[in-house]
Design a protein around this ligand. Structure first.
Ligand code: MRU
Length: 368
């Protein structure tokens, strides 16, 4: 996607040295567009833990490059396995992280150490290219839903939660890809952007992305969505996801479940956009089986922003001594999900629906 007319991806290899990688520091957006250079796997792990990079597909892609960076200096089996374990431990909920690391290990383990670094860069590059292509395909399939809602030139009001845009992926985004395409072809789309406490990925990142692309949008407090739905001001909800079980349960940023409940109560379609790399075929019951990341209480007790003098600051909003809890994700049961938008098309949020699009993950391989 473009920033001020220049096309960017969310992670890229330095053109000059050919090996260090660059990311945007997402903790500084929307107030500063800082590009970071990462040169060690430890720096990659730190960037993921501190959410300088975030979003399920993107942390997978960046972790893949983390392995490549490690293998430049030492490519023996111990380095490979220890770096993979370190990177996999950074965040627990998004399955794309584990998926990307497993894919890298499968490619690299059989190789001689001397061949590994080059192969790792090539494989990480493929992961990035495939993610961008999958998200573009998600955009095309989701666009069909928006075209139907826009029939007769109607305005389409879309509600989204968190940030499932291009900076949460390598390019395009998942939930936002159909919205960009709809806007580009002239449909009258408007996006309700949930601020997404505690880290405000909606207010900071989704609003920045949509604004940069010229998409009309309005940031709302997290609790406003139900009210807007009751008053007919939301035509469709589209969110991304960090992990979908084979039976269609959806883990996404905390608060997604409440939006799905409100959507069901108000007959608003609730769609989830995902590349197939976000499906965890090994689990079925999302509430019981998906690990939910518990992040620092300080993310709840403090908020970041820009003060009137233009400084990026962090302020405390709770009394000294109040405890805070910070589960970062929740699980929306499949029964509340209208459907899934994948790179292969749309399907019901069921095992049969997913297998109709991805028969290669059928009963034999997965023991379903
Ligand atoms: O904690 P984050 O900001 O990494 O959470 C991100 C989300 O919940 C996104 O909705 C999800 O990763 C989908 S990204 C295309």
């Amino acid at each position: 996607m473009k920033i001020n007319g220049t096309p960017y991806r969310s992670v890229w290899v330095d053109e000059k040295d050919g090996w260090s990688i660059h990311i945007f520091d997402q903790t500084r957006l929307p107030f500063a567009l800082d590009i970071l250079t990462l040169v060690t796997p430890e720096e990659v792990a730190h960037a993921i833990c501190t959410m300088q990079v975030r979003g399920a597909p993107l942390i997978g892609a960046v972790a893949a490059y983390g392995l490549a960076l490690a293998l430049r200096s030492s490519a023996n089996d111990t380095t490979l396995e220890q770096t993979a374990a370190m990177l996999a431990a950074t965040r627990p909920t998004a399955i794309n992280l584990r998926w990307a690391i497993e894919r890298m290990l499968t490619r690299l383990r059989p190789l001689a150490p001397a061949e590994r670094a080059a192969a790792a860069y090539a494989e990480a590059g493929l992961i990035c290219d495939e993610d961008a292509a999958q998200n573009e395909a998600i955009g095309r399939h989701g666009l069909e839903l928006l075209r139907a809602l826009a029939a007769g030139g109607r305005r389409v009001n879309i509600l989204t939660h968190c940030n499932a845009g291009w900076i949460a992926t390598v390019d395009w985004g998942t939930a936002l890809a159909p919205i960009y395409m709809a806007h580009d072809e002239g449909l009258d789309v408007h996006v309700w952007v949930d601020e997404t406490r505690p880290r405000n990925q909606g207010a900071a990142l989704t609003a920045w992305e949509l604004g940069s692309h010229g998409v009309p949008h309005t940031v709302i407090a997290d609790n406003a969505g139900g009210h807007l739905m009751q008053h007919g001001q939301v035509d469709i909800v589209i969110v991304g996801t960090d992990r979908v079980t084979r039976s269609g349960d959806v883990a996404n940023k905390i608060g997604t479940y409440l939006k799905a409940l409100a959507a069901r109560d108000n007959d608003v379609p609730f769609w989830v956009a995902l590349p197939s790399t976000t499906i965890d075929w090994t689990v079925s019951d999302g509430i019981r089986e998906i690990p939910i990341e518990e992040r620092a209480a300080s993310e709840v007790t403090h908020v970041g922003g820009r003060d009137d003098a233009g400084n990026i600051v962090r302020v405390q909003i709770t009394p000294d001594g109040s405890r805070a809890a910070n589960p970062a994700f929740d699980v929306t049961p499949a029964r509340l999900v209208t459907g899934l938008i994948t790179e292969k098309g749309c399907c019901p949020a069921t095992q049969a629906g997913l297998l109709s699009l991805f028969p290669e993950f059928g009963q034999k391989e997965q023991g379903i």
